[in-house]
Design a protein around this ligand. Sequence first.
Ligand SMILES: CC(C)(COP(=O)(O)OP(=O)(O)OC[C@H]1O[C@@H](n2cnc3c(N)ncnc32)[C@H](O)[C@@H]1OP(=O)(O)O)[C@@H](O)C(=O)NCCC(=O)NCCSC(=O)CCC(=O)O
Length: 338
Amino acid sequence: MLVIRPIRESDIDALMLCAEESGHGFTSLPVDEDMLKGRICHSVESFKKHVTEPGMEGYLMVAEDTETGEIAGTTGIEAAIGLDNPFYSYHISKVVHHSRRLNVHNIVEVLTFGNDYTGATEVCTLFLRPEFRGGLNGKLLSKCRFLMLAQFPERFSDVVFAEMRGVSDENGNSPFWAWLKEHFFSIDFTLADYLTGIGQKGFIADLMPKLPIYVNLLSDEARAVIGQVHEKTRPALKMLEKEGFTCRGHVDIFDAGPTVECLRQNISSVRRSFTATAQITEHSSAQDFLISNTDFEEFRATAAKIGVDEERNMALVSKDVAAALNIVDGDAVRLVSL
Ligand SMILES: CC(C)(COP(=O)(O)OP(=O)(O)OC[C@H]1O[C@@H](n2cnc3c(N)ncnc32)[C@H](O)[C@@H]1OP(=O)(O)O)[C@@H](O)C(=O)NCCC(=O)NCCSC(=O)CCC(=O)O
């Protein structure tokens, strides 16, 4: 069984492995031990912190195999983005060039550089090691964050978004970046992505074109990938879309991958989740649920078959599930059907 828990200092080797396996364009997991150690440290402090409103906290969690102790993947939430370092995106909007006299009416798109998501909560760093994919594992990693958002709303913003990895090839070449590089930068996409991942984003403000860019002036290859996701990121996008996330015209400034967003209260798993009292017992329910404890610092979540007794508002959980969640009889749990 996989159980989600906050990351610990001792997980550094596993996190490095995830960073190596996740490949190019995965900005939040650069292969940089010092940076990853820093991210773990920041997460450990964030989980300990008493919080009444979202700030610079970053929560990083791992999925651990309860039988082997192996780390299967990562999943994260940034409480409020852009409060220390600016967070940039491009917004695609339309401009009409119209001449009644010549009877010309052109609708053109422009990309405008901005900081629209400042203060919003970001779900991020979703990675499941290939040998663990399939079954309910991917859903557990993605959706466990929504149980956390539902249980601890004071820690998160009303707007929740995700930056989806955009198109790049196996060598890390991004067609959108190639165009930007030719005209405004002289460094490779992998280096730009790496510098962003380790927090050294000053070069963006220095070199990025600040005035709106007409999309029809971009190369065909760059235009074709605007708003498109990396093929390995399609399952991640599908899960968020099913939760109600949509793209409202924002794309990543490097690879033009789409940003999707949803109001916290409208996320399907936030709306549908409920709390119940746990009763540890054998049961015959065949219904899959995502279930978490209600402890923030010692947050645990898993996917399992759970019996729900609606009349008594009880969740019937087996012994191994209770052990994975660190709960005893009578504890509160939060759950949502899968
Ligand atoms: C994203 C995950 C964790 C998902 O795990 P799994 O692949 O096991 O998921 P799954 O359960 O098999 O699939 C989830 C849903 O996507 C559907 N699905 C599968 N392949 C698809 C495809 N090619 N196109 C469209 N939909 C697809 C499945 O049918 C299922 O839908 P149903 O629900 O209908 O059954 C993994 O694929 C992964 O680690 N990918 C590589 C890393 C990555 O690119 N991560 C995202 C980076 S972007 C990021 O981190 C921000 C986003 C975020 O944090 O959420």
